[in-house]
Design a protein around this ligand. Structure first.
Ligand code: ADP
Length: 164
């Protein structure tokens, strides 16, 4: 049984739109466990450690610059979500990066609709409510970046004996 931890952010648009509870609800109802949680506003330095060169390689410098302006513009909610294959489970609940392509029923598919084309024409980031770690390596880096060991907690959810 691969119990994993993954980092999720409710990005500034999600916080501004009052979607913090809605996002958390979806992880909790799937049986995933919130083991770390905070509201915080990050500066440019910190944001560059989160959105590393990797995003520049995959999406280009301009998208990275847009993203950094966006993620530092207002508070975000950061959380660590734990569960069996939590990284894949959370990505599935989040939906596709491009809101237009995100399937209804996913967080992005239910609360956003903008396309890559639109974002690129307007030179804006795709405001797609959440960030979720993309793979095991990113999850390890991001959980350690956002949370110290003593901010992460271990407890048992009441239904664990039925689920596992
Ligand atoms: P994900 O967040 O699904 O892991 P990426 O890591 O590829 O996706 O991209 C990070 C974020 O950058 C996306 O969630 C989105 O907000 C933004 N983004 C990606 N590509 C574009 C683009 N072409 N135009 C605007 N914003 C983009």
């Amino acid at each position: 049984m691969a119990i994993e931890q993954t980092l999720v952010l409710v990005k500034p648009d999600g916080v501004q739109r009052g979607l913090i509870g809605e996002v958390i609800k979806r992880f909790e109802q799937r049986g995933l466990k919130i083991v770390g949680l905070k509201l915080t506003k990050i500066d440019k330095d910190f944001s560059q450690k989160h959105y590393t060169d990797d995003i520049e390689k995959r999406r280009g410098k301009e998208v990275r610059d847009r993203l950094i302006d966006y993620i530092t513009s207002d508070p975000v909610v950061a959380m660590v979500v734990e569960g069996v294959d939590a990284i894949d489970n959370v990505r599935k609940l989040g939906g596709e990066t491009e809101s237009k392509s995100a399937i209804p029923g996913t967080i992005r598919g239910d609360f956003s609709h903008v396309s890559f084309n639109h974002a690129d024409e307007k030179k804006i980031p795709i405001k797609n409510i959440i960030h979720a770690s993309g793979n095991a390596e990113d999850a390890k880096h991001e959980v350690a970046l956002w949370f110290s060991i003593d901010e992460l907690h271990s407890y048992k959810r009441v239904e664990e004996d039925q689920v596992f």
